[in-house]
Design a protein around this ligand. Structure first.
Ligand SMILES: [Zn+2]
Length: 533
């Protein structure tokens, strides 16, 4: 913090109260650079219960009171989180300080003090805002400092919108600009991990007092009663944990990143951590205790699952023959959107064991195949030679193709529209002649069908559609807090540039089968559409 006469951590200890007692940073040496190193761009990726909110509130209060005309923005995904932070963290630091230092020097009747807006006698201002979806709530204010909390639940595209609030930071307010993001990791594709990857990645390195081996405490250091050295197995005492040092794993990066785990903080014991290790899910333990991202649990499709559905001697076909000559078949089409993504056509037949068996797989990826007119003619031929009972096509990039197919095949073809609205159940939109489905639910059902081996692929010909494995393995699933904050919504996504069209073609074919099966079983006409048998 340039321009400050005091060391910020010392100032914090001499000014604030926490639960009625003087604020102390005892045995928290890992916080030194976070308070004192004049970092302009920082991120803290941490486990739960490591005083993240206390650190953010004292930092904001430091800048606000030590620097005149400092305009600060605190944001978190949900209104409740913002209100809690404003009322119980930041607000209390201002209201109750040692010898009423803050009250007598910075507050007064002339200065506004609301939950979402606070003014101070030195000209500083604090804004506190929620940031659901794309940060619309934050546009239009101008600040010097940004503290973004729980950024694992903030959409990555919202952060540039929020950064706009600093576009005049160097000419307005106190004429400086600083940004801190904090949060608890989730998957490797999450917002916080993407920022962490761009950071210096400071890790707290602890030296074993017995053998001098330097180490980052993790799973290998845990036992039911004490922390042990990963090399010599002797006990790592508290003093060694407290006296660790920060080591940058990526020193060339611009953002200063710090990972704070529960194994570093002085008040959490080895027993506590062992207890969590034996009761938490692996993902939760990694995220909330170690402060690390964790992916396997959040991969809806794994190689093990896909290998299992290929453990058979089934093969692909070029027409409906043999066992499939007189059995119902279903087609799913996902139109490629260009950019490394191709139109994928999958056909499944209901085999004598009652399983949905992959009998045809095509990715239209070369020469004339990438032309949509060619694709429409090709699909028309397949409809005939595979005697497709019901075909569902994606509507995203394929309205024109769909209309042609619909004219040719009538109700044997339908389009599908993915809705992100979880309230939506599968329903037929008569006007648009399309199925509207809940995106998460249909992908979830499909993943479950693969997990249960209700869907099987052609094991003998697996080398003919290796791309289909890739198209499934790229998919990630994660939970994001929903708008009311009371529950979490499951979201499926894939990394940019790694297509998942084959997965969606599979989802559409599976949906075609399910709709057709329901129709036959219940003999009820789906609102407006009759699927021919
Ligand atoms: Zn050792």
């Amino acid at each position: 913090m340039s321009g400050m006469k005091l060391i910020p951590s010392v100032y914090a200890e001499s000014v604030y109260l926490l639960n009625g007692k003087p604020f102390r940073l005892t045995n928290r040496r890992y916080l030194d650079p976070i308070y004192n190193a004049d970092i302009k761009d920082g991120i803290i990726m941490s486990g739960r219960q490591v005083e993240k909110s206390t650190t953010a509130s004292t930092m904001i209060a430091n800048y606000t009171t030590l620097i005149s005309n400092f305009n600060a923005l605190y944001f978190a995904p949900l209104t409740d989180q913002v209100d809690e932070f404003s009322n119980n963290r930041l607000g209390k630091l201002y209201k109750y300080s040692q010898n009423d230092y803050i009250k007598s020097n910075f507050l007064g009747r002339a200065y506004k003090d609301n939950v979402h807006y606070k003014e101070f006698a030195n000209g500083s201002v604090n804004y506190l805002r929620h940031c659901f979806e794309y940060g619309d709530n934050i546009r239009g204010i101008s600040v010097n400092g940004i503290w973004g909390d729980e950024i694992q639940d903030i959409h990555i595209d919202a952060l540039p919108v929020i950064k706009e609030t600093q576009s005049h930071a160097l000419e307005s307010g106190c004429g400086m600009k600083i940004t801190w993001y904090t949060g608890t990791p989730k998957t490797f594709s999450n917002t916080i991990q993407q920022y962490w990857d761009k950071s210096t990645q400071n890790e707290w390195v602890v030296k074993c007092p017995h053998c001098n081996y330097p180490q980052i405490l993790g799973l290998k250091n845990l036992t039911p009663t004490k922390f042990i050295c990963a090399k010599c197995g002797e006990e790592i005492p508290n003093e060694a944990r407290i006296n660790g040092i920060w080591v940058k794993l990526q020193p060339g990066n611009k953002i200063e990143g710090f990972r704070i785990s529960q194994t570093m903080v002085p008040w959490i014991t080895a027993e506590d951590i062992w207890d969590k290790y034996t009761t938490y899910s692996t993902a939760k333990f990694y995220n909330e205790v170690l402060g690390r991202s964790y992916d396997n649990a959040d991969k809806p499709f794994t190689m093990t699952m896909l290998n299992r559905i290929c453990e058979n001697e089934y093969r692909l076909y070029d027409r409906a023959k043999d066992v499939f000559a007189n059995r119902p078949t279903f087609m799913g089409v996902d139109w490629g959107s260009g950019d490394n993504a191709y139109t994928v056509i999958l056909i499944f037949g209901l085999n004598p064991d009652g399983k949905l068996q992959l009998i045809f797989a095509k990715r239209c990826d070369t020469g004339k195949e990438t032309d949509v007119t060619w694709q429409t003619e090709y699909i028309s031929q397949l409809m005939g030679i595979f005697r497709v009972k019901y075909c569902i096509v994606d509507i995203g990039y394929g309205q024109a193709q769909y209309e042609i197919l619909r004219n040719r095949f009538g109700k044997r073809v339908a389009s599908c529209y993915y809705s992100f609205n979880l309230g939506v159940d599968t329903k037929w939109n008569e006007k648009k002649q399309q199925w509207v489905v809940n995106r998460t639910r249909v992908i979830f059902d499909y993943a479950e069908a693969i997990g249960n081996c209700e869907i099987v692929w052609a094991g003998r010909d697996r080398n003919q559609y290796e791309w289909l494995f890739d198209n499934h393995l790229v998919e990630n699933a994660e939970y994001r807090k929903n708008k009311n904050g009371k529950s979490e919504d499951l979201m499926y996504n894939h990394p940019e540039g790694q297509p998942d069209d084959g997965l969606h073609a599979g989802v559409y074919a599976h949906l075609a089968y399910k709709l057709s099966q329901n129709n036959l079983a219940s003999n009820i006409k789906f609102s407006g559409v009759h699927i021919p048998s």
